[in-house]
Ligand binder design. Structure first.
Ligand SMILES: Nc1nc2c(ncn2[C@@H]2O[C@H](COP(=O)(O)OP(=O)(O)O)[C@@H](O)[C@H]2O)c(=O)[nH]1
Ligand SMILES: [Mg+2]
Length: 507
C-alpha cells in the first residue's frame, strides 16, 4: 500500500539503476539485497533531512515548507523522534517499531501528529507521515530531533537514521532511508561545535560527505536578532540577519551551498492557515491605538501581553505565539501603510517578511533541479560501500569495474563533477583556496553565469572566460597537480568546456 509508482529522477539515476539491475544476478544474495534497496531508494523522491540543534526551529520550518501544521513543535515525545514526511494518496501516520512492526495512529484534533504517541517510545524506530501535499511529490522531508542536544537517546536515533546502512538493524534499515541532502538549521552565532555537528552529520549522509551540492543552511529565528549588535545593520533586524547569514556562510562553506535568513515561525503561521482573519482583525484594532501606547506595548512580549487594552489578553497571547513581536510589528506596519488591507494580503506580507520564498528558491536551485545527480551520486556511494563490505574479492572487482565503465561514459560527466565537488568540499582532495572556491562555484547554482562567477555579464565575456579557464585547468591537470588534483582538474576542464560549448551555441 505504501509502495509508490515513482519515476527515476533522470538519466543519471537511470544509469545507476541499470548498473544495479545488471549486477544483481552476478553478486551474492546479501549484496543483491543491498542493490534492491539502492534501486528502491533511487525511484523514491529526494530525501532531505532537516538537521540542527534541538529547538532551533526545525519542526516549525518543516510545517512551513509542507504548508501544513502537522509536526509537533516545542515539547512532547514526538519532537524526540525522527519523522519522515512523504507523499501519500491518503493522509496517514504510522509508528514504525525497531522490530519492524507498524501501528497506524490517528491525527490529533488539530490535524497534527500527536505530540505523545501512547506507545513505548523506547521501542520506536521512527514515524512515517504520509500526506497528500503536492510539495512532497518530489521531496521527502525528514524531521530530526536534533544533534548537539543533551538527550542522548534522541541523538542516537538521529545518528542511526543518518548513518543509514551501518547503524540500523536490518528491519529498520529497510524502513529508514538515509538522507541524500541536508537542510541545516542554525540560529544566531554558529558555535565552533556546530561546525563539528555539521561535519558529523554530513559524514553520515548517505555514507558520503555533504557539500555545496547537497547541503544548504538557514539562519532561523532571524526575528530574534538584536540588530544593534550587528555592524552595518542600521538597526534593521532583517538587514542584520542578512549580514549575519553572510558571515555564517563564510564559516560553514564549503559544507553548505549558502546560508539564508528565515523566520520559521512567521512562515509557518502564514503558510499553514495558522494566521486567521480573527488575527487580522485583532491586529487591525491594535493598529488604531495611539502611537505612544503601541510603542510601549511593542517594547517586549511581556508588555505586549500584560498592557491594558481593548484586544483581549488571550488574543494577544495567541498573536505572540503565532508571530512573536517582530511579526506583529511587520503586520502593524503593513496596516499603517494600507489600513484597508485584507486578511489575505496581510498574510502575504507576513510570508514575504519571513524569507521563506528565498529558502524555497534555494531548495529548488540546489536540490530539486539537481535531484537526479544527487540521487545518482548517493546511490553510487551506496553501491561502492556494498561492494567494499562484500567478503568476495572477485565480486568487489566486478562491481568496481562496472562503476568505472559507467563513469567513463560522457553522459556521466555531471556525476563526476558532483563527485569532484564533494571531494574538494570535504578536503579529501586538497586545493589552494582560490582554486577550491572556483571548483565549488559549480555547485552553487545551475546557472552557467553564476558557475563562472560572472553573473549578469554579457554572453561574449562568459564564452571567453569559459574557454580560458578550460585551457587553464587542462594544463593544470597535466602540469603541477598531484594525481588526485589532476583527476579533479580533468573534470573541471570538461565542465568549462561544456559551458563554453553551450554558451557559444546561444550567441
Ligand atoms: N521567535 C521565533 N521563534 C521560533 C522561530 N521558529 C521556531 N520558533 C520557536 O522555537 C521553538 C522550538 O521550535 P521547534 O520547531 O519545536 O524546534 P526543533 O526542536 O528544532 O524542532 C518553538 O516554540 C517555536 O515556536 C522563529 O523563527 N522565531
Ligand atoms: Mg522538532
Amino acid at each position: 500500500m505504501t509502495a509508490q509508482a515513482q519515476q527515476l529522477a533522470g538519466p543519471l539515476s537511470a544509469a545507476v539503476a541499470s548498473l544495479c539491475a545488471n549486477l544483481q544476478p552476478q553478486v551474492s544474495p546479501a549484496t543483491a539485497a543491498g542493490f534492491r534497496e539502492v534501486l528502491r531508494r533511487l525511484s523514491a523522491p529526494l530525501q532531505v533531512a532537516v538537521a540542527g540543534r534541538i529547538k532551533s526551529g526545525k519542526s516549525t520550518l518543516v510545517n512551513a515548507l509542507i504548508g501544513r501544521r502537522v509536526a509537533p513543535t516545542d515539547v512532547g515525545e514526538c519532537t524526540r523522534l525522527v519523522t519522515r514526511f512523504q507523499y501519500g494518496t491518503v493522509d496517514r501516520v504510522e509508528v514504525v517499531f525497531t522490530d519492524g512492526r507498524k501501528q497506524v495512529l490517528p491525527f490529533d484534533p488539530a490535524g497534527m501528529i500527536p505530540a505523545d504517541l501512547g506507545v513505548d517510545i523506547a521501542r520506536v524506530s521512527h514515524v512515517e507521515a504520509y500526506l497528500t501535499n503536492a510539495v512532497l511529490r518530489d521531496l521527502t522531508v525528514i524531521d530530526t530531533p536534533g544533534l548537539g542536544s543533551l538527550d542522548a537517546a534522541s541523538v542516537a536515533r538521529t545518528e542511526a537514521l543518518l548513518a543509514g546502512e551501518q547503524a540500523l538493524d536490518p528491519v529498520s534499515r529497510n524502513a529508514v532511508a538515509g538522507a541524500e541532502a541536508v537542510l541545516y538549521v542554525v540560529t544566531q552565532g554558529v558555535r565552533s561545535d556546530d561546525q563539528q555537528a555539521l561535519a558529523a552529520f554530513t559524514a553520515a549522509t548517505a555514507s558520503r560527505e555533504a557539500g555545496p551540492v547537497n547541503a544548504i543552511a538557514v539562519l532561523n529565528k532571524a526575528d530574534t536578532i538584536a540588530a544593534e549588535t550587528v555592524d552595518g545593520a542600521d538597526g534593521d533586524t532583517w538587514k542584520a540577519a542578512v549580514l549575519l547569514a553572510q558571515r555564517q556562510a563564510r564559516t560553514l562553506k564549503p559544507r553548505v551551498a549558502d546560508v539564508l535568513p528565515v523566520i520559521g515561525l512567521v512562515a509557518e503561521s502564514a503558510e499553514t492557515g495558522g494566521f486567521t482573519s480573527a488575527d487580522a482583525d485583532a491586529l487591525r484594532k491594535l493598529a488604531l491605538l495611539d502611537e505612544a501606547t503601541r510603542d510601549t506595548m511593542l517594547m517586549s512580549a511581556d508588555l505586549f501581553a500584560a498592557w491594558e487594552c481593548d484586544v483581549p489578553a488571550g488574543v494577544r497571547a495567541r498573536l505572540l505565539e503565532k508571530l512573536d513581536l517582530y511579526g506583529i510589528r511587520c503586520a502593524l506596519q503593513a496596516l499603517d501603510a494600507e489600513p484597508s488591507i485584507t486578511a489575505g494580503a496581510l498574510r502575504r506580507k507576513l510570508l514575504d517578511a519571513s524569507g521563506l520564498e528565498g529558502v524555497r528558491g534555494k531548495l529548488n536551485a540546489v536540490f530539486r533541479s539537481r535531484a537526479d545527480g544527487i540521487k545518482a551520486a548517493a546511490a553510487l556511494a551506496s553501491v561502492t560501500a556494498l561492494a567494499a563490505a562484500s567478503g568476495d574479492a572477485a565480486e568487489r572487482q566486478r562491481v568496481h569495474n562496472a562503476i568505472e565503465v559507467l563513469l567513463a561514459k560522457p553522459e556521466a560527466h555531471q556525476l563526476r563533477l558532483l563527485e569532484a565537488l564533494t571531494l574538494v568540499a570535504s578536503g579529501a582532495v586538497a586545493m589552494p583556496p582560490d582554486l577550491a572556491e572556483e571548483v565549488l562555484r559549480f555547485g552553487s547554482s545551475p546557472d552557467p553565469a553564476e558557475q563562472l562567477g560572472l553573473r549578469g555579464r554579457p554572453t561574449q565575456e562568459l564564452v571567453a572566460h569559459a574557454l580560458e579557464r578550460a585551457g587553464w585547468w587542462r594544463s593544470f591537470a597535466s602540469f603541477g597537480a598531484t594525481p588526485a588534483q589532476s583527476r579533479v582538474a580533468h573534470v573541471v576542464h570538461r565542465a568549462y568546456f561544456l559551458i563554453w560549448q553551450q554558451l557559444r551555441g546561444r550567441r
